[in-house]
Design a protein around this ligand. Structure first.
Ligand code: ATP
Length: 303
């Protein structure tokens, strides 16, 4: 369980994280979603005690990171997969990490096996592909067999096979009852990976809800209406209280109405209709709108 309470971080005049409160429950993958610069990495560094909050706090299983008796046995993290010394092998890197953290050496072979690196464990890490480096970073996070795991943009730059592997792996960790928090700037990716979402924009909380609720809210539908009588039909729909946009190609986009409602109005007024089709906006576009300018749009649903 992770709990942020009024978490705030300022760098000079920049407010990277602004009075952020959220909680991350065990047993599921929670996506930490926001555009570049939203404050995700800063928040993750504060969870891990690598950065001090300006105000507020963040707790892991009820304690700040600094108060954890054996931090690596409680929380593991993948922040930057490329920090391994290039001339070290995966096995040597993990042995060094295990030793310096008082973890048993047998864990090294266990985690290598878990992430599928056993066959290449003796090769120098500098020659690893990005996907293999990510697996090594995940192996390091798992060394202490922690209940809480943080992954910062783990699929960035990976090929589809690597993305699928990481997605399934994170879901497997959650199915074991662990708390899994994973950051991303892509809603489409998180929609496939996470069952819950904490969404931030400009350091502020925008929503905490299930992924399904957020996706439904972000992709609010409109209806495309094509007719040779738009000049009369448009004002009529506005009069009914709907939002109408002229697409400039003999069609209108109407939001706030279902296609059934529009069809009924068209028929009741004797207009000719050439097209009536429900549209879904791009999920990423809607998400950028929510998290970019519209930070005043605060909603906490599903809590
Ligand atoms: N050490 C620092 N000194 C000054 N400003 C910083 C520092 N770290 C982060 N920032 C600023 O804080 C804001 C949040 O950055 P952060 O890296 O946490 O965002 P992010 O959501 O993780 O974005 P990205 O996906 O690009 O990493 C940005 O405006 C960034 O420039």
């Amino acid at each position: 369980m992770i709990e942020a309470i009024g978490l705030t971080k300022r760098y000079g005049k920049t407010v990277a994280v602004d009075d952020l409160s959220f909680s991350v429950a065990p047993g599921k993958v929670t996506g930490f979603l926001g555009p570049n610069g939203a404050g995700k990495s800063t928040t993750m560094r504060m969870i891990l005690g690598l950065d001090r909050p300006t105000s507020g706090k963040v707790l892991i299983d009820g304690k700040p990171y600094a108060g954890l008796h054996r931090p690596l046995r409680t929380v593991g993290a993948l922040l930057d997969a490329k920090w391994v010394h290039p001339n070290r092998s995966a096995r040597a890197h993990l042995r060094w990490l295990a030793k310096s953290n008082g973890l048993p050496a047998r864990r090294v072979d266990e985690v290598l096996e878990t992430v599928g690196l056993t066959a290449v464990a003796g090769k120098r890490a500098g020659g690893y592909s990005l996907g293999m480096s990510q697996r090594l970073g995940i192996a390091a996070a798992l060394l202490g067999d922690p209940q809480v795991l943080l992954f910062d943009e783990p699929v960035n730059g990976l090929d589809p096979e690597g993305i699928l592997w990481i997605r399934n792996f994170m879901q497997g960790l959650a199915a074991e009852g662990r708390t899994v928090l994973v950051s991303s700037h892509l809603l489409s990716e998180m929609a496939l990976t996470a069952s819950d979402l904490v969404v931030i924009g400009k350091g502020k909380l925008i929503s905490q809800s299930t992924t399904q609720e957020f996706v439904e809210r972000s992709s609010e539908a409109s209806v495309k209406v094509r007719s040779p009588q738009l000049g009369a039909l448009g004002p009529l729909l506005v009069d009914k209280g709907f939002t109408v946009r002229d697409n400039g190609d003999t069609s209108l986009s109407v939001s706030g109405a279902t296609s059934d409602q529009i069809g009924d109005i068209v028929a009741a007024n004797g207009f000719v209709l050439h097209e009536l089709s429900p549209q879904r906006g791009s999920l990423e576009e809607a998400f950028m709108q929510l998290t970019g300018d519209a930070v005043e749009y605060h909603a906490e649903i599903g809590k």
